[in-house]
Design a protein around this ligand. Structure first.
Ligand code: OGA
Ligand code: MN
Length: 277
């Protein structure tokens, strides 16, 4: 038996598993925490259902997996600076992060993961898709893998569509911050599993170091299209009490914007990561 303390039900061949048999917000013992972490590494995004918890309990659960980090663009909840509300209101047209992305890869140390909890959901819609970037890397030809080896991607917080999805949610609303920019390997190695990960994303990657835009553009467009193969993905339908925990190093996600006129409120806690190599 691989897992003794939790029950695992994969939701797609590529990635994603629902985990049952655990109350996340009870006092979890170390063996359960270790199995949850192992499940995260194996399935890359794990989901829990019917969890009932306060912001304090959300924070206490997240801290079992590492240090928490501030999200640079949006302020936290009143009294809980480490919990970021991810909200789309009835009259808004853009949703937060509404394009395929890995979170904040424009930082020198992008997060290890995030724990997102559903607080208020539209009657239908508002699912989130996830995709496996180890699988995306593995599916490339040997020739393409050789070409990508050693390339460095430039990631920016100012890419149009994403910046738009944050409009009016931004800290300090009126002062547009200078873009944050970070360079990371196009192919990174997972720090815990040693797997190779295709680490560019359409949300934040704007170029490749040492290449003209005319050169990097078509290459990145090919990689972005390649990453979107349905076969690399899974799709999660939220219900009240659902929680998702993703490995932000080896996955990307895409929140569907298909519930105009309704409100959706999620709470996110972000876990510290390391410098991609
Ligand atoms: C995020 C994000 C996805 C969603 O919190 O980083 O992209 O489904 N949210 O709201
Ligand atoms: Mn995101």
């Amino acid at each position: 038996m691989d897992f003794k303390n939790i029950q695992i039900k994969p939701i797609a061949p590529a990635l994603g598993a629902e985990i049952a048999g655990v109350d996340l917000f009870a006092d979890l013992d170390d063996a359960v925490v270790a199995e949850i972490r192992r499940a995260l590494l194996r399935y890359r995004v794990i989901f829990f259902r019917d969890q009932d918890f306060t912001p304090e309990q959300h924070l206490a659960f997240a801290r079992k997996f590492g240090a928490l980090v501030d999200y640079p663009m949006v302020s936290g909840l009143d009294g809980y600076p480490d919990i970021v509300p991810v909200v789309k209101l009835e009259d808004e047209s853009h949703n937060f992060g509404g394009i395929w992305h890995s979170d904040t890869t424009y930082l020198a140390e992008p997060p290890m993961g995030a724990i997102l909890a559903a607080r208020e959901l539209p009657p239908q819609g508002g699912d989130t898709m996830f995709a496996n970037m180890v699988m995306a890397y593995d599916a490339l030809s040997d020739g393409m893998k050789a070409m990508l080896e050693g390339l460095t991607a430039i990631n920016s917080s100012a890419k149009g569509v994403v910046a738009k999805s944050r409009e009016a949610r931004q800290k300090g609303m009126n002062d547009v911050p200078d873009p944050l920019v970070a360079e990371h390997p196009v192919v990174r190695t997972h720090p815990e599993t040693g797997e190779k990960i295709l680490y560019v994303n359409i949300g934040h990657t704007v170029g490749i170091r040492g290449m003209a835009d005319e050169e990097s553009g078509p290459l990145l467009e090919f990689l972005f299209r390649h990453q979107r193969h349905d076969e690399f993905s899974c799709r999660f339908s939220w219900a009240p009490g659902s929680v998702a925990f993703w490995d932000n190093r080896s996955t990307q996600h895409y929140p569907l914007n298909d519930y105009h006129g309704f409100k959706r409120v999620m709470h996110r806690i972000t876990l510290a990561g390391d410098v991609p190599v």
